[in-house]
Ligand binder design. Structure first.
Ligand SMILES: N[C@@H](CCC(=O)N[C@@H](CS)C(=O)NCC(=O)O)C(=O)O
Length: 215
């Protein structure tokens, strides 16, 4: 059994990022399915969020810290460029994905579908209708960002793309954001290309939480 454990449910876009990195580097790991705020997660993350990681005596939380550790400790290709300027540009996009895009697109918008499905009701239309006009300019910005090379930074797949691709996968799964994707040709092409990358595809959740709960 691999002694690196990535702990957290596969639907989490942040768990997905850490698994993409392991595969890209060729690092074997055991994936432990766990929900936020469960004992194995709470034992490592003070706020009970996923992913968390165990490697021997080392425990870590927060996807970026986990990726940094895995990238430093294990051999294999890195998703962080060695050039300091380019690496900083990758960090810029990771930061924007975590602090601007994920909170609005996933935590606010996509979560309304998940919460509604969990409660067995229709999504809160007023909340969705209020969120979409805030997301539309983000989509235009992200469409331009990937338009030049098909990547967020430079000409190759970096950790910034590993953060964005899972978020876009969810955006393509619900109607209003799917419409925004359809109006964002570069972003749509970006998703279509990167979702089939073996490291991305290999950790893709095999069900959509908002659909499964409705069954
Ligand atoms: N900044 C964290 C975010 C992790 C996060 O928000 N994970 C979600 C699942 S995708 C979670 O655990 N949510 C439960 C909560 O916020 O209480 C990271 O990069 O790992």
């Amino acid at each position: 059994m691999a002694d690196l454990q990535i702990i957290g449910g596969s639907p989490s876009n942040f768990v997905w990022v850490t698994r993409i990195l392991c595969t890209e580097k060729g690092v074997p790991y055991q994936h432990v399915q766990a929900l936020p705020h469960t004992p194995e997660v709470d034992a490592i993350h003070p706020f009970g969020k996923i992913p968390v990681m165990r490697h021997g005596d080392v425990t870590l939380c927060e996807s970026r810290a986990i990726c940094r550790y895995i990238d430093s400790v294990f051999d294999g290709p890195s998703l962080m460029p060695s050039d300091p300027v380019i690496a900083a540009q990758v960090e810029q996009w990771i930061s924007m994905a975590c602090t601007t895009i994920d909170p609005l697109w996933i935590r606010q918008y996509y979560a309304s579908y998940v919460l509604a499905a969990r409660a067995g009701r229709e999504p809160d239309r007023a909340s969705i209708d209020a969120t979409i006009p805030k997301m539309a300019p983000h989509f235009a910005i992200m469409d331009r960002a990937v338009g030049k090379t098909g990547h967020l930074v430079g000409e190759s797949f970096t950790l910034a793309d590993a953060y964005l691709t899972p978020i876009l996968f969810y955006m393509n799964s619900v109607p209003e954001s799917r419409a925004l994707m359809a109006q964002s040709p570069h972003l749509a092409a970006y998703l279509e290309r990167h979702i089939d990358r073996p490291s991305v595809k290999g950790a893709k959740p095999d069900f959509l939480v908002h659909e499964m709960m409705r069954r």
